[in-house]
Design a protein around this ligand. Structure first.
Ligand code: SF4
Length: 188
């Protein structure tokens, strides 16, 4: 695999932290959401819903009565027709959307769900199953360019900005291990 130049140092393109393959961009790139600039457009643009597990589908179904009055008529119609999730063309279970991209659970002030699906919480990190391993990548999207600028200004890397969802997904010990690897590489 090709190496990744960083501040004159040659870094490997991936890190192995426990059984998770971490793309190096997650520890070298800067990111800090700037919602005043982007208006949270990641919930309304794109080409599919957010990936969800079966447990998360059950959780969303349990929340429906409570959040229903706050949902738009269009979102209610989609859910009446197909439920809270569907299978996208790649065979992945994802949240229902209005039209081609707008999340059904997006309210006026952000997500209506008290606990967002982990794939939303982790964004711009995206997870992929690689056999028995899990791979995580940093997904670049033009609509997040202000988050990159703010991350640089505040000196916050992708993995630091996403500390809470990374701990939610992989645990505290795993996150500490990632921090140690980043320190050993001289990145922080
Ligand atoms: S992930 Fe991107 S679009 Fe979504 S809130 Fe953050 S900066 Fe905005």
């Amino acid at each position: 695999m090709a190496s990744n130049p960083y501040n004159g140092k040659e870094l490997p393109p991936m890190l192995m932290v426990d059984d998770v393959i971490v793309h190096m961009d997650i520890v070298t790139e800067y990111f800090c959401c700037d919602i005043s600039k982007c208006q949270g457009r990641c919930c309304e643009e794109g080409d599919a819903g957010a990936p969800v597990t079966l447990d998360e589908v059950a959780y969303i179904e349990n929340q429906l009565d409570r959040i229903w009055p706050e949902m738009s008529a269009q979102a209610q119609a989609v859910i009446d027709r197909q439920g809270v999730a569907y299978t996208d063309p790649e065979g992945e279970l994802v949240t229902s959307i209005i039209g081609s991209c707008d999340c059904c659970f997006r309210g006026q002030k952000g997500c209506l769900l008290p606990k967002r699906p982990i794939s939303c919480h982790l964004y711009p990190i995206r997870e992929k199953k690689l056999g028995s391993l899990t791979g995580i990548n940093y997904h670049r999207w033009d609509i997040c360019k202000d988050a990159v600028a703010l991350g640089k200004e505040r000196n916050i890397r992708v993995y630091q900005f996403l500390k809470e969802p990374l701990i939610r997904r992989f645990g505290e010990e795993w996150y500490r291990e990632l921090e140690v690897v980043a320190q050993e590489l001289g990145l922080v």
